[in-house]
Ligand binder design. Structure first.
Ligand SMILES: *[C@@H]1O[C@H](CO)[C@@H](O)[C@H](O)[C@H]1NC(C)=O
Ligand SMILES: *[C@@H]1O[C@H](CO)[C@@H](O)[C@H](O)[C@H]1NC(C)=O
Ligand SMILES: *[C@@H]1O[C@H](CO)[C@@H](O)[C@H](O)[C@H]1NC(C)=O
Ligand SMILES: *[C@@H]1O[C@H](CO)[C@@H](O)[C@H](O)[C@H]1NC(C)=O
Length: 331
């Protein structure tokens, strides 16, 4: 009898799907949800009629974070195939890209793989995969309608040549805070207007025989570059308006002057540094000249010596006085 009950209970739970309701949101087409638990094979349902799903834990909520191990076709079907899905900080580690999705924001998850196989006609134009654990980005080559791609703060060690060339619509590419040492300049699509490759370990940026006809913004700062030939860069990217090229090995004031001469705006790292007093920028921080640094340290040390010395002197005087008082039998 007990066994039968257990079996019955098992069937009930297996058959009944978990239903999630949308929280209040001022835009009718958006379904906002704070918590979801989903693993491959789970039964799950959502209300109908929403174009966008927004799944994000609230910072103040005591509820646990969403626990979604995979965004697969069953989960997308359960949402009734919306055109836009934003799921941040939900723990996803595998993403099966739905072909109809137009906008996807899966930032701040634990993505190690994105499955774009078995499909051909991906519609997606905007994809945010920042703050994940991706090291292989070959999958992007199939997302041929992509215009804006965020891959910031992943574990990318190689930007494969074949990954980017098919993206003929790509305009904004964010690759900063990764670990790649080379950029395949020849394979950057001609449509790219904005390219951020800062904070990686890029060692070379040669712009001879490179064509970046649409590029207006380039960020290569905080890499391992030791030189950049500005005239070559401008030949390659004639539309360039803004460039951030600070690297510790590059003679920065000279490069800054060259950019200024060509009307390219750049971040002025020396803005708050009085160069005439010998300040330099070290790792982007305004640093006083060594001589001044030592003077400051010496001043501090002297101050400490004086402070400790006077303390010791005080104590000694007191002890001396007490001893004398004892001798004179005052105390
Ligand atoms: C997420 O769900 C899985 C399967 O139910 C479970 O094993 C795991 O402990 C959960 N993780 C968290 C952080 O709750
Ligand atoms: C990728 O997704 C397809 C469905 O589109 C599925 O058939 C295939 O098994 C998935 N591949 C992997 C490696 O998960
Ligand atoms: C930059 O490259 C050009 C050739 O493309 C060369 O003539 C020029 O001297 C180089 N400039 C510097 C500063 O090395
Ligand atoms: C930079 O801008 C100034 C003022 O707008 C202009 O006179 C000059 O020709 C420009 N220089 C270049 C290299 O485009």
């Amino acid at each position: 009898m007990i066994r039968l009950q257990i079996l019955f209970w098992y069937f009930i739970t297996a058959a009944s799907a978990v239903h999630y309701e949308c929280l209040p949101y001022p835009v009718d087409s958006v379904c906002r949800i704070e918590y979801i638990s989903y693993h491959s094979g789970d039964k799950i349902t959502f209300p109908k009629g929403y174009q966008q799903f927004l799944i994000k834990s609230s910072l103040s909520s005591k509820l646990e974070r969403s626990n979604i191990s995979i965004f697969d076709h069953d989960l997308y079907d359960a949402m009734h195939r919306p055109s836009s899905v934003r799921m941040r900080d939900t723990g996803i580690n595998t993403l099966d890209m739905p072909p109809e999705l137009l906008l996807g924001d899966f930032s701040d998850n634990r993505l190690v793989s994105v499955n774009t196989s078995n499909e051909d006609n991906f519609q997606i134009t905007y994809l945010d995969l920042s703050f994940n654990w991706l090291d292989n980005i070959e999958f992007v080559s199939r997302l041929v309608n992509m215009e804006t791609l965020f891959l910031r703060s992943n574990r990318i060690k190689i930007v494969p040549r074949s990954a980017l060339t098919p993206l003929k619509q790509l305009k904004y590419l964010y690759l900063q805070y990764n670990q790649f040492a080379a950029i395949p300049w020849n394979d950057i699509p001609h449509s790219v207007m904005f390219l951020d490759c800062s904070h990686s370990v890029v060692r070379m940026a040669e712009f001879t025989d490179i064509s970046l006809p649409s590029l207006e913004y380039l960020n290569l700062q905080y890499n391992m570059l030791s030189s950049i030939n500005v005239s070559d860069l401008l030949l390659a990217a004639p539309k360039l308006k803004e460039a951030h090229l600070y690297n510790t090995e590059i003679e920065w004031p000279k490069l800054m002057d060259e950019l200024a001469l060509n009307n390219i705006s750049t971040s002025n790292l020396f803005q708050f540094c009085s160069l005439d007093k010998g300040y330099t920028v070290i790792l982007g921080v305004c640093t006083p000249p060594p001589s001044m640094y030592y003077v400051r340290v010496a001043k501090k040390v002297l101050l400490w010596i004086v402070a400790i010395g006077s303390g010791v002197l005080c104590v000694c005087t007191l002890l001396f006085a007490i001893r004398h008082m004892k001798k004179l039998r005052w105390i």
